[in-house]
Write a protein that binds this ligand. Structure first.
Ligand SMILES: Cc1ncc(COP(=O)(O)O)c(C=O)c1O
Length: 375
């Protein structure tokens, strides 16, 4: 049996968790939280990084910080996780979905300007599979029209665009450490506030909508409700699982990348003869191997291949259902452009990839895929 994914465990987590549990008042402290946040600021090109309970929470916090209101519009790829759209819809704002590039599944930057209206407030980008969006085009568009950028970097820890870390491109950038990500604390997230003007309201929103942080620092004589907010910070217990993984993120990502490269090499013949398509590679970016996908020629072919691999003990999975294709997506949003996304979403197939997958497991998967196409 080759599973689609196994949660990353490096072997160092137990020691950190044990130390935390044995320390007096350890769980009430913030040692692992602050060390993890510091890690991002020192090693991921960020200045203001904060841990949250999940990337979903980070996206919701981003929408609050941008003060999105009913009538406001946010442009985003339709091929995205539902939390991206929920964060916008929860504020009563409208999701404006556009197409993705077939070879990266990232927002097609050439579709953005046509979707801009006087109500547009932000562009939400998603670095799908840890592959960078085309920020060289997207950021100038955002600047030209005075729009904020929310960069959903849930997949992209350690990945780069033109030498610069992903997570540094948005006014706000979000991260996920859920159980399916390269680096995980089972459920957790993060956010980088890269635009200092948004920082002023950050702590209030992050900590219950109160002046808690300022008050405990001795600033102000009342601890009170200041505005909309929630209980966003991650727990110390989760941070004690996250930190040991952050400390070896290069090794974790190297394992993902090596396995990704092996898939690419072993499937290159099928791609060259036009049987399947492989994901984009480019000198413009360094991905982190988060996800390896192929494209089949049709949805039916993908279903047959999934069943064939399943019969050989291999789990392969499709991914998002394009958001604009759901009834709710149409209620809270609209699609602008031609819609290649529905087709592309039906032909993508993700192959098993996780920390600890062996070269021989990757080769088995590729051999079975070749066998399927020889049938
Ligand atoms: C692109 C993207 N954004 C956000 C999320 C939500 O992350 P979390 O599970 O940390 O809430 C996911 C989850 O897989 C995702 O793929």
């Amino acid at each position: 049996m080759i599973p689609f994914f196994k949660t990353t465990i490096t072997g160092n987590e137990q020691k950190y968790l044990q130390t935390l549990l044995e320390a007096e008042d350890g769980l009430a402290g913030k040692e692992y939280l602050s060390k993890s946040e510091k890690w991002f600021n020192e090693n991921h090109g960020l200045k203001n990084f904060y841990l949250t309970k999940s990337c979903t929470h980070s996206l919701e916090l981003a929408a609050l910080l941008l003060n999105l209101q009913p009538g406001d519009e946010v442009i985003m790829p339709s091929y995205a996780f539902v939390s991206c759209a929920n964060a916008i819809a929860l504020r009563g704002a409208t999701c404006v979905f556009v197409d993705v590039h077939p070879d990266s599944m990232n927002i097609d930057e050439s579709q953005i300007e046509a979707a801009i209206t006087p109500h547009t407030k932000a562009i939400l980008t998603l670095n799908y599979a840890g592959v960078a969006c085309n920020y060289e085009v997207i950021l100038p568009i955002a600047k030209k029209y005075g729009l904020s950028v929310i960069e959903d970097n849930a997949h992209g820890i350690g990945a780069k665009y033109k030498g610069r870390f992903l997570g540094t491109f948005g006014d706000i950038s979000t991260f996920s450490f859920d159980h399916l990500k390269n680096v995980t604390c089972v459920q957790g997230g993060g956010m980088a506030i890269n635009n200092p003007t948004l920082f002023e309201r950050f702590y209030v929103t992050y900590e219950f909508g109160t002046n808690r942080r300022a008050f405990f620092k001795g600033d102000g004589d009342r601890y009170e409700w200041k505005g909309l907010g929630s209980n966003f910070p991650l727990s110390e217990l989760s941070a004690a699982m996250l930190l040991p993984q952050l400390e070896v993120v290069k090794d974790i990502n190297a394992h993902f990348i090596n396995s990704w490269n092996l898939y690419s090499e072993k499937l290159s013949d099928l791609a060259t003869e036009g049987t399947i398509k492989l994901p984009l590679t480019s000198e413009d970016f360094e991905h982190n191997g988060h996800c390896f996908f192929i494209k089949t020629k049709s949805a039916e072919e993908r279903t047959s291949l999934i069943h064939f691999l399943e019969s050989k003990g291999i789990q392969a999975q499709f991914h998002y259902t394009p958001l604009h294709s759901s009834e709710f997506g149409r209620r809270v949003g609209r699609f602008v452009g031609q819609d290649n996304t529905s087709w592309e979403g039906k032909t993508i197939l993700r192959l098993p990839l996780f920390y600890g997958i062996t070269a021989s497991e990757v080769e088995t998967v590729t051999e079975k895929i070749s066998e399927f196409y020889l049938k």
